[in-house]
Design a protein around this ligand. Structure first.
Ligand SMILES: *Cc1c(COP(=O)(O)O)cnc(C)c1O
Length: 421
């Protein structure tokens, strides 16, 4: 089997194997691109919108049209799309602090939330230090319903937990994050939305939409989710957004979150676009295509590394609900070789060697391969891994499938050179 087969042959073999998945992804791209074009036309995006504002950004028509496009494509009432939102974590945090009040409870229905949100939520109970500024320090409680054994939503458990009248916000994370559980598809999100609406009409249903945008043909607000948030250096930035985050959903809730991002009483009226309307609009317009390319690359990677005998999640023929491909490598050495392979195949910084290091918000050391045009952009080809068993690497992004294939070839060669396969 493995190392004896040249990496190019492995990729060619994978391409044959994934024909059905390829066709399905092309269909999804087409549907999403059509909805995107319609959003641009309906919002009457014009040349004069592409300039942008400075200072306070009062009356920035480009910003308004950008936010209208986001609202339309996500089928939401309103959106806040800002370079001032520094990251996905910032966007999500603004939603949590914007909506929750002392005495309320946040209920996660998809098990533990993403690593960087753990300090935002804070320790449970009375031991939250007030200088942490966490939800817990403001007297906001937190509860969690674990996923079921197959990594799906535990609808019975959710039904019981949302019955508590203190539950003011229900959190679902669409993507797998740094875990081996599957991403949660739109059909499951839709079921959860129905359940939350019928059993907890007082609760706001919030979805951490990071890495999920344009992977399927519908977005959470179209199936009853009240509020979503994500990062512009992931899927919706289309690899052209140089930074930023978005929030979308019901108008009143977007307004509450905007009060946290900017200031209460000012909300959405302030926030200069600093010349970024053009790349943000251009990026979201190309995002359905770019996400599709990243997905094709992920499916090919799944087939190749399964062929080499590694456990992969999802498998090449599994349904997909995020852009992440997990490959369980089983040793730190292989993780480092994998990331080195991706780095060598990067257009920027191809000569540097990725090394594990501390990253703000993460407990474990993390190694990241990211030779990107935008720092930390994970819709560009990138791989990262927290250094902990089972030594799984998270591969994502790639603006074209050809680049992902070159990345895979580089990784296989690197593993083979180190006698690691
Ligand atoms: C990336 C990510 C976040 C946080 O986004 P940052 O932009 O890195 O702060 C939150 N949730 C999930 C599921 C993510 O993948």
């Amino acid at each position: 089997m493995p190392a004896a087969v040249p990496s190019r042959v492995l990729v060619a073999r994978a391409r044959e194997k994934i024909r059905d998945q390829w066709a399905r992804i092309e269909e999804i791209k087409q549907v999403n691109q059509a909805r995107m074009l319609e959003a641009f036309r309906d919002a009457r995006v014009s040349e004069h919108h592409l300039g942008g504002s400075t200072g306070y950004g009062y009356g920035d028509a480009g910003r308004d049209v950008l936010e209208e496009v986001y609202a339309r494509v996500f089928e939401a009432e309103a959106a806040l799309v800002r370079p001032q939102i520094a990251s996905g974590t910032h966007a999500i945090t603004a939603c949590l602090f914007g909506v929750l009040r002392p005495g309320d409870t946040l209920l996660s229905i998809s098990g533990p939330p993403y690593d960087t949100l753990r300090k935002v939520i804070g320790p449970e109970g009375a031991c939250a230090p007030s200088d942490s500024g966490s939800l817990a320090a403001f007297g906001i409680g937190y509860k969690e319903v674990p996923l079921d054994r197959d990594g799906g939503l535990d609808l019975e458990g959710i039904k019981r937990a949302v019955g508590n009248p203190d539950v003011r916000m229900v959190l679902l994370q669409r993507s797998r994050g740094y875990s081996l559980r599957p991403a949660i598809g739109i059909s499951q999100i839709s079921e959860a939305a129905k359940l939350v609406k019928s059993h907890a009409p007082q609760a706001v249903f919030f979805v951490d939409n990071c890495y999920g945008e344009f992977v399927e043909t519908l977005e959470p607000p179209a199936v009853g989710v009240d509020l979503i948030a994500g990062s512009l250096i992931k899927n919706p930035g289309g690899a052209l957004a140089p930074g930023g985050g978005y929030i979308a959903g019901r108008s009143r809730l977007v307004e509450m979150a905007a009060g946290r991002v900017i200031a209460p009483g000012i909300g959405r009226g302030v926030g200069p676009t600093l010349g970024l309307v053009r790349p943000l609009l251009h990026g979201v317009f190309t995002a359905p295509h770019v996400v599709g390319e990243a997905l094709l690359g992920a499916v090919i990677a799944a087939a190749v590394f399964e062929d080499l005998g590694f456990e992969v999640a999802p498998r090449y023929d599994d349904p997909r609900a995020d852009v992440i491909q997990v490959i369980v490598l089983g040793s730190q050495e292989r993780v480092l070789a994998f990331c080195t392979g991706i780095q060598r195949a990067s257009p920027v910084d191809s000569h540097v060697n990725p090394r594990p290091g501390p990253v703000p918000g993460y407990e474990d050391l993390v190694v990241m391969a990211a030779g990107c045009f935008i720092q930390g952009s994970s819709i560009e080809l990138s791989a990262d891994a927290p250094l902990r068993p089972p030594f799984a690497v998270y591969l994502q992004g790639g603006v074209c499938k050809e680049h992902v294939e070159l990345g895979i070839i580089s990784v296989v060669d690197e593993l083979a050179a180190g006698n690691l396969i």
